[in-house]
Design a protein around this ligand. Structure first.
Ligand SMILES: Nc1ncnc2c1ncn2[C@@H]1O[C@H](COP(=O)(O)OP(=O)(O)OP(=O)(O)O)[C@@H](O)[C@H]1O
Ligand SMILES: [Mg+2]
Length: 189
């Protein structure tokens, strides 16, 4: 049994794309956020960053139980995908979105400025992708830019990746923004 993992920053499209992929492949989707909630793995709510602080040991155990209880393939989506045991993961898809478009999507959700900036900065630096590569190895981590493709196109790209031995391509917003001479506008260091 193996799982398809979909990760990425908030607003990159994980939930929408996992739902559509689930329909096409007829596989159930598990949302890590829901697993964390249902298993009491949310330690506290960080009001300043308006986000939940996860008890990682608790979530690792909950994910372990999930694998123990299921013997069919499924899709996992959410943050903290690096907590999924790597021996169960064949391919991991990290969704990426151009920082400007991601900013728009997050502002539309009504996130405050600090939270938007924090997430846009994480996207610029490629934090999710680096964490995934660290956990699963460079050859297992595929990145898809959802900036200007439809959900359907993205799902088809994922299906192509799953059935092939394609080498992963990596997306680097830092390079692009640096070339344009505007990287400092995105990073608050
Ligand atoms: N090609 C695309 N793929 C996915 N989402 C897209 C795309 N184009 C635009 N969007 C928009 O981006 C948003 C993605 O929201 P979604 O809830 O799926 O993100 P998420 O990664 O699950 O976020 P979170 O981590 O907060 O759960 C939606 O508002 C959707 O309409
Ligand atoms: Mg989601």
């Amino acid at each position: 049994m193996s799982v398809i993992v979909i990760g990425g920053n908030p607003g990159t499209g994980k939930t929408m794309i996992a739902a559509e992929l689930s329909k096409k492949l007829e596989l159930p989707v598990v949302q890590l956020g829901t697993i964390a909630e249902e298993n009491g793995c949310i330690r506290e709510h960080d009001d300043q960053r308006s986000s939940n602080v996860i008890d990682e040991d608790c979530l690792v155990e909950a994910i372990h139980n999930l694998f123990y209880e299921n013997d069919e393939d499924f899709i996992i989506e959410g943050h903290y995908v690096d907590l999924v045991p790597s021996r169960k993961v064949k391919e991991i898809i990290i969704l990426r979105t151009h920082p400007d478009v991601l900013r728009e999507r997050l502002l539309e959700r009504g996130y405050d400025k600090a939270k938007v900036n924090e997430n846009v900065e994480a996207e610029v630096m490629g934090v999710c992708q680096m964490d995934a590569i660290f956990s699963f190895g460079e050859d297992a981590v595929y990145e898809i830019d959802t900036t200007s493709i439809s959900v359907d196109e993205c799902v088809n790209t994922i299906i192509e990746i799953l059935g092939s031995n394609k080498k992963p391509e990596h997306i680097d917003w830092m390079d692009l923004l640096e070339e344009q001479g505007i990287l400092e506008d995105y990073i608050s260091l």
